[in-house]
Design a binder for this molecule. Structure first.
Ligand SMILES: *[C@@H]1O[C@H](CO)[C@@H](O)[C@H](O)[C@H]1NC(C)=O
Ligand SMILES: *[C@@H]1O[C@H](CO)[C@@H](O)[C@H](O)[C@H]1NC(C)=O
Ligand SMILES: *[C@@H]1O[C@H](CO)[C@@H](O)[C@H](O)[C@H]1NC(C)=O
Length: 371
């Protein structure tokens, strides 16, 4: 659904980041250049080609990976990095967390959109503003909730949470399990996403690692994704749910909400990370869908060797970058706070993951960590 400009941000950002990195290495903890801070954030502005502006909080970590010890391929504690009173970004970081609470309060109190937004869009899309206005949670859009530079912004997907070294809610840092599966670190800008919808867009959700029953008693994450999108008038036409663990079909359909019975495809097989393979979910996307479609992909299969191949395929294939709009990924890295749950499935440095996810964002895919 997005229009990717010829101009790729990363190719411009990378050389800059390298120069800054070399500079940082010699001068130690230096505040990231203000150039990296989102300027002229106007969520209402229609921009003709793709652009991503990372939050100053995100830039701080990406630019200082080495100095902050995030390139170490060993168990790394990440909570001290986001709760560090001496860090140059601490005030903004803590202010951002307060804004996030406010955002979540507004999200909870929103009046659900009872219909599929696409059905209200005129053929020439001239009424898109009016159609999308029902998805606003603040009169000024998310720019009215998050201060300049706090949220990351893309002109097609709007505001999103900054990528941080703690891949989940900052509230897991209190040491309790209470917030372990919290989704309240995710920032979705439905109003901006809606403005890119077309009447003929198909809404697709590919769920790799669908494990419907994984969180006994808690709404399954995939069902959560469906619920939150549906509350904002985004209805999925197809949900491809891949799961390697054998689940009796009767149980699956007991768990699938009625509203998804026409769109839910239960694929009780493991995904194949080989590009082009029949059971590689990207093969179906490439063969059947186009960039006018709204495509959401979730990857959480608890096996780093397979999931990393799939994530890299998305990152490195221009056609997929063009197709996929949102990507949720539980990237199992050596994050000390999550090791009790991840154990042997974790591998690789935090920094490598942040670069991967930021690289996707710079190239048109709104990537988010998945709990
Ligand atoms: C990784 O951490 C372990 C203990 O936590 C330590 O013994 C080992 O030396 C570390 N390896 C590196 C390369 O830092
Ligand atoms: C906190 O930030 C200061 C200043 O950047 C740094 O010197 C210190 O090592 C940091 N502490 C931790 C635990 O990361
Ligand atoms: C971790 O990743 C490295 C390559 O980056 C690989 O050689 C190693 O086998 C992986 N370890 C596990 C446990 O998957």
């Amino acid at each position: 659904m997005k229009t990717l400009g010829k101009e790729r941000i990363l190719s411009r950002l990378l050389p800059c980041a390298l120069i800054v990195l070399i500079f940082i290495k010699s001068s130690q903890f230096r505040e990231p250049s203000k150039v990296a801070v989102a300027r002229n954030y106007n969520p209402l502005e229609k921009v003709s080609h793709f652009h991503y502006e990372p939050s100053m909080l995100e830039s701080y970590f990406i630019v200082n990976l080495e100095a902050l010890g995030l390139r170490i391929k060993n168990r790394t504690r990440t909570c001290p990095l986001i709760f560090n009173a001496s860090s140059p970004i601490n005030d903004d970081m803590q202010a951002y967390f307060r804004e996030l609470d406010h955002y979540n309060d507004l999200m909870k109190n929103v009046t659900p959109v009872e219909y599929d937004l696409r059905k209200s869009i005129e053929h020439d899309e001239s009424n898109i503003e009016e159609v999308c206005s029902v998805t606003k949670i603040h009169p000024d859009g998310l720019g009215g909730i998050f201060a300049k530079g706090h949220a990351s912004i893309s002109n097609t997907m709007g505001a999103m949470e900054p990528l941080l070294p703690v891949f989940r809610s900052q509230k897991i840092c209190d040491g309790s399990r209470r917030h372990l599966m919290s989704m309240e670190y995710l920032v979705h800008d439905f109003y901006s996403m809606c403005k890119n919808l077309k009447r003929h867009s198909r809404n697709i959700f590919v769920d790799m690692g669908a494990s419907l029953e994984f969180h006994a008693g808690i709404t399954s994450p995939a069902v959560y994704i469906n619920q939150i999108f549906r509350r904002f008038g985004f209805h999925f036409d197809h949900i491809y749910a891949y799961e390697i663990r054998q689940v009796p079909s009767a149980r699956v359909y007991e768990l699938v909400p009625n509203e998804l019975m026409d769109s839910f495809h239960w694929m009780n097989v493991g995904v194949d990370p080989e590009p082009g393979a029949k059971l590689n979910p990207f093969t179906t996307l490439l063969n059947k869908f186009n960039s006018d479609d709204f495509i959401v992909v979730k990857l959480d299969i608890d096996t780093s060797s397979i999931e990393n191949r799939l994530a890299l395929q998305l990152r490195n294939d221009d056609r997929l970058l063009e197709l996929v709009d949102l990507f949720y990924f539980e990237d199992h890295r050596l994050q000390a706070e999550l090791m009790p749950w991840w154990g042997k499935s974790a591998n690789g440095s935090i920094g490598e993951s942040l670069e991967l996810m930021a690289g996707m964002r710079a190239n048109g895919v709104a990537s988010h960590y998945w709990p």
